[in-house]
Design a protein around this ligand. Sequence first.
Ligand code: NAP
Length: 285
Amino acid sequence: MNAMVTLSGSRQLPSLGLGTWRMGESAAQRKSETAAVRLALDTGWRVIDTAEMYGDGGAEEIVGAAVGAALRGGGLARGDLYVVSKVSPHNATVRGTAQACERSLARLGLDHLDAYLLHWRGSVPLEETVASLEDLRERGRIRAWGVSNFDLADMHELLAVPGGKNCVTNQIYYSLGARGPQFELVPWLQRHGIMTMAYSPIDQGALARSGALRKLASRLGATPVQIALAWLTGQADVMAIPKAAGEAHLRENFASQSLVLTEADQVEIDAAFPPPKRASALAMR
Ligand code: NAP
């Protein structure tokens, strides 16, 4: 069973997407990284997360090459894909955001982004960035916009600026090893119909080595990473975006979508990774 998230009450998306941080950083890896993203598309991944910051545009170029080849190869239409990129805070002025978006589109070889996020909050007033994102949306260069690394107080401020309520997602560090947002931020996003995109969902690979998850995994005939991903994607309006650059990881992570955790599994998980008892500041990677 593939879990889905509903975006702004309309479009249905898979609750699993592909991360691309650390891609595009080295010329020697370009070929294999492009092949990995292409394989991901062939395997069924449909959501791709990238950013102008990753590899200084290199990750977007890799995604562009892989997506371009897949679209030219037939069998995949642009409308089947959901491509997310991010503007860096130092570019997030009215003009800077528009120009950064055009550069990202050129590197990706696309005529629109499905979602464009403010990577984290910088010194540019939110009103300014939101006005630019709204303008890009109205001109069809992006279909939707969101934010990243916004804590609850930032979200309150965002919703108070003109157009702020059109935010569709907040991409945050959220995983079994970083459960803090589960206390109030994630429930608040759920109440407001704003999708949570969980980044570093397997704690940058560390959860693969968790002894507690290994024990549960062997009982369920799954892997520790599949449990960590299913724990996230089983939550309402939560999408996990693990990064993987090898075939085995791509397939293993994709297969997590058929894993459904029972209440007894959740109890075992809570014993190893205790749920938060109070609000804490949002962690960042
Ligand atoms: P992650 O997805 O938690 O972990 C990625 C690491 O885990 C890679 O080293 C990967 O290795 C390894 N891995 C993947 N599948 C595995 C498996 N089945 N078994 C064992 N190891 C596995 O960490 P992340 O890259 O930090 O986060 C995911 C994505 O979120 C990023 O790529 C990026 O798109 C986004 N992100 C956003 C922000 C933000 O500020 N908005 C911050 C961080 C990340 P291989 O590559 O060798 O497969």
